[in-house]
Write a protein that binds this ligand. Structure first.
Ligand code: NAD
Ligand code: 6OD
Length: 485
């Protein structure tokens, strides 16, 4: 059985009290690893290690930090089979998905931010003065210090490296708190950091839980300058309350209840395939997934029938089987939550077009946390299943009659992360994209990522933007120097 230890000051360590918690394989329910539980002293030690590593790391030329991060990317690729195995054991997701999405993005995140930081310019303004000599203003970028990185379980390596890479290249050091459900790849990354030549203390990992545990201690720690967090909106609110005591800089990528809008002028077959992907990828456990689908009435019935067929064609099963296209949910507790929504939809009179329960699988997968991909129609727009983030392989499809109505339906609710539009009318695509209250709009696609672009949510879906220069700006302080000439 694997043991995932803490990684502090370049060393793997058991927690101070030598307590562990179990790490489950969601596809089988089996315990696959023991995870070292961090104590408050371990959290202090990790922050202290990061603090001590800071002066030398921030003094390195950016080109040197970028060079080391490119070596980290190479290291992930060289050990991709191990990363793949670790990520799949933690999440149960199909190998085919982790191999093509999670692990390559883990490496790509280091390369893109190495490239972007190496070419970062600073602002400069000439100022007129009464004596005619003028003044010159220029900006200096400095790291923030020790950054606390708190991550969820759905795309563990992808989301962690999305934050760690820009934080490190800008000269910060980090203490990472991966999700308690998915400790593996963050820990393996410690080995890669060391092999790449990243100095001890620059990258640290502590394991444990959120409230009353290492997540909360990290946020409250006086020597942690900033917190970058991806996870549930309610957790973000709790982190904000804790961080308020020291007015820490925060970046929040939070929950969503995203809409897909399909116009009758769309290539409907392409839209069906696109929405099947945007609703069911990773078992619906992507913050960007479409849980609300609005379809223009002339193609509504055809669309629902085809989407339900696509849902029924998904294959749950062993992650390593190349024909598996649907993984489990992350935990028994999360499956209970999702099944609670399935029951609530039934009770509220939803018409079920696919799924609605749990698939019958042979042992040991009958002990896994699988649910069927599910398609509903007929719920009112204020039903909890339409308003609340479910985070499972499920969507509700509703008809609309006008573009204005579609925009109003999509914009309803408290979240504003992303939307996907399906239309062949270019003018409409631009018009609707402009009208939507979300941070990211995809037209005739979904989750097509260019890592230079701003990424983040409006309303309850987040604070700030990461991606490209937005990440580099978040992970640095800018200081203006005004020189009188
Ligand atoms: P979560 O909020 O339950 O947990 C995320 C992390 O926060 C975990 O590491 C957890 O231990 C930690 N945590 C929990 N309470 C804490 C506290 N009080 N103080 C400090 N840390 C605390 O989220 P999850 O269930 O792991 O992930 C699923 C959620 O993440 C969904 O809501 C999804 O939409 C969201 N998400 C958002 C994005 C985005 O980019 N907007 C991306 C991925 C996931
Ligand atoms: O692609 C990304 O950079 C990103 N942050 C994706 C988030 C997915 C949410 O589950």
């Amino acid at each position: 059985m694997n043991k995932w230890q803490l990684f502090i000051a370049g060393e793997f360590r058991p927690g101070g009290r030598r307590e562990c918690f179990p790490d489950y394989h969601p596809a089988t329910g089996a315990v696959t690893a023991e995870v070292a539980l961090a104590t408050p002293d371990d959290c202090d030690a990790a922050v202290m290690a990061a603090r001590q590593a800071l002066p030398a790391w921030r003094r390195l030329p950016v080109a040197e930090r970028a060079r080391l991060l490119r070596r980290v990317a190479d290291g992930i690729e060289a050990r991709s089979a191990e990363f793949l195995q670790a990520e799949v054991a933690d999440t149960g997701k199909p190998w085919a998905l982790a191999r093509t999405l999670d692990i390559p993005r883990g490496a790509a995140n280091f390369r893109i931010f190495a490239d972007l930081a190496a070419g970062l310019a600073t602002e400069c303004f000439e100022t007129a003065t009464d004596d005619g000599a003028g003044a010159l203003n220029y900006g200096l970028r400095r790291p923030l210090g020790v950054v606390g990185v708190i991550c969820p379980w759905n795309l563990p390596l992808l989301l962690l490296t999305w934050k760690v890479a820009p934080a490190l290249v800008m000269g910060n050091t980090v203490v990472v708190k991966p999700s308690e459900e998915t400790p593996a790849t963050a820990t393996l990354l410690g080995e890669v950091m060391t092999a790449a030549g990243v100095p001890p203390g620059v990258y640290n990992v502590v394991h444990g839980f959120g409230p009353g545990s290492v997540g909360e201690w990290l946020v409250a720690h006086p020597d942690v300058a900033a917190i970058t967090f991806t996870g549930e909106t309610r957790t973000g609110q709790a982190i904000m309350r804790t961080a308020a005591a020291r007015t820490k800089r925060l970046s929040f990528e939070l929950g969503g209840k995203n809409a897909a809008i399909v116009f009758a002028d769309a290539d409907v077959d392409r839209a069906v395939a696109g929405v099947a992907r945007s609703s069911f990828l990773n078992g619906g456990q992507v913050c960007l997934c479409s849980e609300r689908v609005y379809v223009e009435r002339p193609v509504f019935e055809r669309f629902v029938e085809a989407l339900a067929l696509a849902a029924r064609q998904l294959r749950p099963g062993p992650p390593e089987d190349e024909t598996t296209t649907l993984g489990p949910l992350i935990s028994a507790a999360h499956r209970e939550k999702v099944l609670g929504y399935y029951a609530a939809a039934r009770a509220a009179g939803a018409e079920l077009h696919a799924g609605g329960g749990c698939p019958a699988l042979p042992p040991p997968y009958d002990q896994g946390y699988f649910v069927e991909p599910t398609v509903w129609t007929g719920l009112p727009e204020d039903a909890p299943c339409i308003v609340e983030e479910i985070f499972g392989p499920v969507c509700h499809v509703a008809p609309f009659d006008t573009e204005e109505e579609a925009v109003a339906l999509a914009n309803a609710g408290d979240y504003g992360l992303c939307a996907a539009l399906w239309t062949c009318d270019l003018a409409r695509a631009h018009r609707v994209a402009h009208a939507l209250d979300v941070g990211v709009v995809w037209v005739n696609s979904w989750f097509l990522r260019d890592l230079r672009t701003p990424f983040g949510g409006m309303k309850l879906s987040g604070i700030g933007r990461e991606g490209g220069r937005h990440s580099l700006e978040f992970y640095s302080e800018i200081k203006n120097v005004c020189v009188k000439l």
